[in-house]
Design a protein around this ligand. Sequence first.
Ligand SMILES: [Zn+2]
Length: 100
Amino acid sequence: MVRTKKVKSAGRFGSRYGRSVRQKVRDVEINQRKKQNCIFCKGVAKRLSKGIWQCKKCGKKFAHHTFFLPKKEESKVLKEQELKKPEKSKKQINLKNNKN
Ligand SMILES: [Zn+2]
């Protein structure tokens, strides 16, 4: 198996496809090869197809990220960021109304 220091698992492509593309493949494959935790329970989920996952423990089949499931902490951060966005837009709307 061809591995390199910089692009690791993407070293199998040799010098093809360009540096940034190989780095993207590496970043995905590092996460993809870890155990994927179910978003409903603590069980291990298996990827059936692109973005389709099935938990071995609770048996739920669900749609989520394409290549790997984010850790629960990361998904919490994403939710907080999503919650913050509409607040900002509301403030902007209020400012616009005040001007009028
Ligand atoms: Zn589960």
